[in-house]
Design a protein around this ligand. Structure first.
Ligand code: ATP
Length: 355
């Protein structure tokens, strides 16, 4: 059992709140990803859970037990760092077994456990090597192994894949997902990489300037972003965001931007409201019946199976994404159709989701 609960967790450095009143309930066996741009406070939050950055205010409980002031080594949590933090002069076996020996287990006990973990991580053939004789991916597995031997209640991982090249990162991503499924242990995982978050997480917690913007499944945060911040952070290219006015006409609601009028399929009488209209690049269709937007193609990007057209529509840049080839060239006039089912509305000032 490892349920981690944060209540009003706050960490200040001088006057700056790196983590600002974060309340979060991480369920037993979850793969929770802390996601956000550089400096949003995700590492500090993870380190606070580990006990390495004591909170300025708020509370942390582990299975209902208050651990806010518990020293890191007594928390039953294992941290995996971005740098791996391996001992260069020790063999793989001794690196993995280090936490056991440090806790007074016999050599034989440590050896058995190391063998078991090495099998799980496919490291059995490398046990006598030194870290410098391993590839980046193997080193990363040794770091994981050192966390695994302790049978911790939860794993805390700070960007563990960021030192790997793109191909290895993709492979290790699925290994980690598989490992999580097999162990059924709680994982709390920090990254700024939205693909890692979307592919591995059971839930994603998006942080912005120390505050929690949204917590939800990958589908929830992608399909129903709670704010323009979340909307533009997840998705590449980012969601198109256009200033618009919400008007009711004949009882129906429309979002009206400079060259665009989107019926929202909603019947309501509302005073005119300034909004931000959000449309994902994959939800704009070239041509189509409605032809809501007219623009000029400025640039085409080849993504392999898909293509992205960057278009100017009035003063705004709009991206369209679809299967390659889109059949366009720079300089072409285009008309684009929206699908009211895939339109997002945000309050203009607060950026919070309206619809
Ligand atoms: P990155 O992805 O770049 O690692 P992050 O989201 O993990 O960023 P943190 O490392 O948690 O962000 O930092 C959050 C804020 O707290 C930053 O403004 C950072 O400068 C500040 N900060 C972090 N650690 C300290 C410290 N020990 N002393 C002072 N300020 C700190």
């Amino acid at each position: 059992m490892s349920r981690i609960q944060l209540e009003g967790a706050t960490k200040r450095f001088g006057g700056v709140a790196a983590v600002d009143e974060v309340s979060l309930d991480i369920g037993d066996g979850e793969f929770l990803v802390l996601l956000g741009p550089s400096g949003c406070g995700k590492s500090t939050l993870l380190r606070a859970i580990a006990g390495l950055a004591p909170l300025t205010a708020g509370r942390i409980t582990l299975d209902g037990k208050d651990i806010t002031h518990t020293p890191p080594r007594d928390r039953d949590l294992a941290m995996v760092f971005q740098s791996y933090a391996l001992y260069p002069h020790l063999s793989v076996a001794r690196n993995i077994g280090f936490p056991l020996r440090a806790r007074g287990r016999s050599k034989a006990q440590a050896r058995d456990k190391v063998d078991e973990v090495a099998k799980v991580l496919d490291l059995a053939d490398f046990l006598e090597r030194k870290p410098r004789e391993l590839s980046g991916g193997q080193r990363q597995r040794v770091a994981l192994g050192r966390a695994l031997v302790r049978d911790p209640g939860a794993f805390l991982m700070d960007e563990p894949l960021s030192n790997l090249d793109a191909k290895l990162r993709t492979a290790t991503r699925s290994e980690l997902t598989e490992l999580h499924r097999r162990l059924g242990t709680t994982f709390v995982y920090v990254t700024h990489d939205q693909v890692e978050a979307m592919t591995m997480a059971t839930r994603i917690a998006v942080l912005n300037k120390g505050k929690l913007e949204q917590v939800g499944t990958p589908a929830q945060v992608y399909d129903e972003p709670a704010s323009t911040f979340v909307a533009s952070f997840l998705g590449a290219p980012a969601m198109n965001l256009l200033p618009a006015t919400l008007v009711s006409r004949g009882g129906s609601l429309f979002a009206v931007a400079s060259e665009l009028e989107v019926p929202l399929g909603i019947t309501a009488e509302l005073p005119e409201t300034e909004v931000t209209l959000g449309i994902r690049p994959e939800h704009l269709r070239l041509g189509g019946e409605r032809r809501d937007l007219r623009g000029i193609v400025r640039l085409l990007e080849n993504l392999g199976s898909e293509e992205v057209a960057h278009c100017s529509v009035g003063d705004t840049r709009v991206c369209v994404r679809g299967p390659r080839p889109l059949g366009l060239a720079a300089g072409d006039d285009v008309s684009l159709s929206t699908d009211p089912a895939h339109v997002h509305l945000f309050h203009r000032d607060s950026g919070r989701r309206l619809l």
